[in-house]
Design a protein around this ligand. Sequence first.
Ligand SMILES: [Zn+2]
Ligand SMILES: [Zn+2]
Length: 125
Amino acid sequence: MAQMLSTNPADIAVNREQREMRIRWQDGHESVYPFDLLRIGCPCALCNDQRSRTASTLPSLTVLSGPVVKIGEVQANEVKPVGRYAINFSWSDGHDSGIYAFAYLRDMCPCPTCRAAQGAASSRE
Ligand SMILES: [Zn+2]
Ligand SMILES: [Zn+2]
């Protein structure tokens, strides 16, 4: 798990109007996460299990069961820090068990640069 990238956020801004969260990392990189992406990428055991049944590299909202919140609608009711290593979202569909570690968030950064790196990494089976 050697990582060169900073997983320490210097600044976190949650924008409920834009429905996105912006993290500026201590190494200067900035990540913008649409709520849809965060909800889809929920790292809790339940969602992980749901996703593992579809062999997609990128999670898809269609595999989630339970209350259906369409892409473009999911809202964060509450955002809470979890210790100093993670944050927790309460989503508008009632799901709130996802603990988003900063390392995980850094890993799922949707910017083109990071996506390219992820594509190379996720080809392992
Ligand atoms: Zn979940
Ligand atoms: Zn990035």
